[in-house]
Design a protein around this ligand. Structure first.
Ligand SMILES: *[C@@H]1O[C@H](CO)[C@@H](O)[C@H](O)[C@H]1NC(C)=O
Ligand SMILES: *[C@@H]1O[C@H](CO)[C@@H](O)[C@H](O)[C@H]1NC(C)=O
Ligand SMILES: *[C@@H]1O[C@H](CO)[C@@H](O)[C@H](O)[C@H]1NC(C)=O
Ligand SMILES: *[C@@H]1O[C@H](CO)[C@@H](O)[C@H](O)[C@H]1NC(C)=O
Ligand SMILES: *[C@@H]1O[C@H](CO)[C@@H](O)[C@H](O)[C@H]1NC(C)=O
Ligand SMILES: *[C@@H]1O[C@H](CO)[C@@H](O)[C@H](O)[C@H]1NC(C)=O
Ligand SMILES: *[C@@H]1O[C@H](CO)[C@@H](O)[C@H](O)[C@H]1NC(C)=O
Ligand SMILES: *[C@@H]1O[C@H](CO)[C@@H](O)[C@H](O)[C@H]1NC(C)=O
Length: 477
């Protein structure tokens, strides 16, 4: 079975989009902090629910696939959720470990094969080495965005998306060879036309432009239109961090949340990520264990509170951050609109808010996602920003804690106050220390099935013992 979206569980895809928002990176001896608009537990839980649902409902699945799906995700609800989220779980029955660069190479080979299979039918004449190399670079970038998420313990945005990306390319919904272009530029502002190319390729150009402009002007704002799914928001903000700049990354997504007082999906999960350089070096383990979907996460088709993730995913929708009006869900709704405005209204993209199509393969043509990237050079504002931020983070982490370790679903063996990004950093360290990132087995199986489908011959040994036939049949071959 697969964790991967089909046109039947598009909801999962949208749901996953939310996770992106909390990420932290470390480069140049600098640690970043990220503040994100995210609802990770919903993510985990609903993603899991989507998995269960899709495997049970897939009439074309054999019963063994169904069992496989249930085994890895539902044998124990909380364990299943845990392993979906947690890269730290050393459980070889539900996960494998694989070196990140090896996985990068594998994914980019799969993507490349898919793209060339697709494009050679239309452009048989392009045999130019330059074009080939350009396409290879695009696929390497996409692969690195995916494995970055895996390495940060955000499997919802990792390799499991490879299948969707491949199917979008094969279906001609995304143009893998398209090059984005800078369409407008004045002062510290620029607009990128993604030309319906890969979201990662568009975002790379946008961040490159934003970094260049921010060095000249101290701040830069770059929007993108006609783009596609851009992966984990943090990947892009981290590019700024790598140059000691403050990075912000925003994207709109297909609608999945209902507006406060509304009952139909109209607001995307619209993640954003804020990433700033700081000089502190504290990390700690945080372990999240899922239980049930509490009230306040989603609604049914009538807009009423709902605790059944399947109903939320299939017929209802997510609450904005905060839940219902009573618990200040209008704040999350406002944040969602804020992201929508700077990503789609401001960029000039043709589909805004409720008009954005579902992220599925049976959609009608391009998605027209919009993104926005903001880069700020802190040295233009204050001396010693990194030290000041580091001191602030330390102060937060050292605040007195509650003695109640069992409220919420998140457990934390150390129980100190965290700042956003601490758990992700832990996953990254674990991957470095233990020789690779953790992939959920169902994801690995699907990758293997993709490799078999596109005749990729360098399947890493870590995947060789897996049975690709246990993967959910792809609907788009
Ligand atoms: C599975 O989870 C349930 C609660 O959801 C718990 O009662 C049960 O003990 C767990 N089973 C195992 C084997 O951990
Ligand atoms: C996982 O297993 C490896 C060895 O296989 C070990 O070094 C590591 O400490 C384990 N990690 C955790 C979190 O238990
Ligand atoms: C995809 O992009 C390439 C390169 O820009 C272009 O030549 C081709 O026409 C595009 N394909 C479609 C279907 O737009
Ligand atoms: C796929 O997306 C299109 C466009 O938003 C929508 O009309 C269609 O209902 C979706 N299909 C499924 C199965 O969700
Ligand atoms: C949280 O962790 C503590 C210490 O490791 C453990 O005693 C406790 O049972 C855990 N709580 C939950 C809800 O898992
Ligand atoms: C808990 O974590 C904080 C911050 O990471 C650290 O300062 C503290 O020493 C840790 N406490 C224990 C008991 O490990
Ligand atoms: C992964 O493999 C590359 C080269 O293949 C190596 O340089 C790197 O150290 C490996 N990473 C880990 C975490 O083992
Ligand atoms: C998967 O199925 C194909 C076709 O039935 C078969 O050739 C292949 O050996 C199977 N793979 C495994 C690992 O069983």
């Amino acid at each position: 079975m697969a964790l991967l979206p089909s046109d039947r569980n598009d909801n999962m895809s949208s749901t996953r989009t939310t996770t992106t928002a909390i990420l932290v990176g470390a480069t140049c001896g600098v640690i970043g902090v990220v503040v994100g608009l995210a609802i990770p537990p919903i993510l985990k839980r609903l993603t899991l629910a989507g998995v269960i649902r899709s495997s049970k409902n897939d009439k074309s699945s054999s019963s063994s696939e169904e069992e496989e799906g249930c085994k890895s995700t539902t044998t124990n609800g909380s364990d299943g959720t845990h392993s979906v989220r947690s890269g730290l779980k050393n459980d070889s029955s539900s996960s494998i470990r694989i070196n990140q660069s090896k996985l990068n190479a594998f994914l980019s080979t799969i993507l490349l094969k898919a793209a060339t299979t697709t494009t050679t039918t239309t452009t048989t004449t392009t045999t130019g080495g330059d074009d080939d190399r350009k396409l290879e670079e695009k696929m390497e970038l996409v692969a690195s965005v995916l494995t970055y998420a895996d390495s940060r313990g955000i499997p919802s945005h990792g390799s499991n998306r490879c299948d969707t990306y491949v199917n979008e390319i094969v279906a001609g919904l995304v143009n893998a060879t398209a090059d984005p272009l800078v369409e407008k530029e004045s002062g510290c502002c620029a607009v990128i036309n993604g030309n319906n190319g890969l979201g990662a390729v568009t975002s790379k150009l946008a961040m490159t432009k934003a970094l260049q402009l921010s060095k000249m002007y101290g701040v830069a704002v770059v929007t993108c239109h006609s783009s596609n799914h851009y992966g984990a928001a943090g990947y892009w903000a981290k590019l700024a961090l790598d140059q000691n700049m403050i990075g912000m990354s925003f994207t709109n997504t297909s609608p999945f949340a209902v507006p406060t007082r509304g009952k139909t999906r109209a607001v995307g999960t619209n993640p954003f990520c804020f990433f700033a350089p700081a000089v502190v070096t504290t990390t700690k383990v945080m372990d999240r264990i899922g239980q049930n979907v509490p009230i306040g996460w989603g609604v049914d088709e009538n807009g009423n509170d709902c605790t059944d993730p399947k109903v939320i995913c299939q017929r209802g929708g997510l609450y904005p951050l905060g839940g219902s009006e009573l618990t200040a869900g209008y704040k999350g709704y406002g944040l969602g609109m804020f992201v929508e405005i700077i990503c789609s209204v401001l960029s000039g993209t043709s589909h805004v808010g409720p008009d954005v199509q579902s992220w599925n393969i049976s959609r009608d043509g391009p998605l027209h996602y919009g993104h926005c990237f903001i880069v700020i050079d802190p040295t233009r504002f204050v001396d010693g920003f990194e030290k000041r931020l580091g001191d602030y983070l330390t102060k937060m982490r050292n605040l007195p804690t509650t003695s109640d370790t069992s409220n919420d679903n998140d457990n934390d063996s150390n129980n100190s106050v965290l700042v956003a990004g601490d758990p992700e950093k832990q996953f990254e360290n674990d991957a470095i220390k233990n020789g690779g990132i953790v992939l959920h087995k169902s994801v690995a199986i699907t990758l293997k099935a993709l490799a078999v489908r596109f005749n990729v011959d360098n399947i890493p040994p870590e995947l060789q013992c897996l049975d690709e036939n246990k993967s959910k049949a792809s609907l788009y071959e």
